[in-house]
Design a binder for this molecule. Sequence first.
Ligand code: NAD
Length: 263
Amino acid sequence: MDLSLTGKAALVCAASKGLGRAAAMALAREGARVAICARGAETLAQTADELRSATGAEVLPIVADVALKADVSRLVQEAVAHFGGLDILVTNAGGPKSGPFSSLSDEDWQRAVDQLLLSVVRLCAEVVPHMKQRGGGRIIHVTSVAVKQPVDNLMLSNSIRAAVVGFSKTLATEVAKDRILVNCVAPGYTRTDRVKELLQAGARRENVDESEIERRLVAGIPLGRMGDPDEFGSVVAFLASERASFITGTVIPIDGGSVKGLL
Ligand code: NAD
């Protein structure tokens, strides 16, 4: 299937590792020009080199913290100035602190709102006017299966990501007339550093081996394994593509069947 992404300009946030990196890789493989951001310059530059040598694509690394308004503004300005506009935005950020309600401070909540919700709002505020000017675009928000089914011990993720889905659905309706399509992807357990951290935290909390925590997690996944980041990246590339031209306002789980609900 030709995704018709050749030459498209994409901005993928939080992309030096994990799911963001996989999304950037999939877009670059399809011929898109890709700006990637993360907070640490060194890992980001290394990832940009890896993406270039794996795909031959043009890759622009921009150091930015998506939780900071000024960084978001500069990030979008630099990407737009470099590519002459943007066709695709993938919003993403590092996962919030894990733990139950009793373990979270007011500062933890504020930090998670800045990182997971306000980053998305601000990125869209900066990018949508450019997409309107260009005659259309694609926005894909990285959320979590937690928006379909809360995950134990992830109070911050379960609470704040639901607001991202409300924002995404509302924005999808508002900008449909501008040919901007807005969707969420909801990954389940996918083998990244974030998941390694969650396994370690679970093992410490319950005083068992990490392999025991992993066994319990995988037991809830009908396909019997965690996802691979490339499997996630493929879905993002499809949603960003011309082939997904009648899909907007949705939430698409990429979870091996782990969500138990019907919708
Ligand atoms: P990861 O820790 O492997 O990678 C996170 C990336 O985000 C890194 O490149 C890091 O440098 C960057 N980053 C973190 N905070 C940032 C910030 N404030 N500004 C810019 N860049 C930042 O994590 P991941 O597994 O790729 O997860 C990505 C997102 O998807 C997280 O929000 C995570 O909670 C969510 N998620 C992951 C899974 C999974 O199984 N991997 C499942 C559901 C949801």
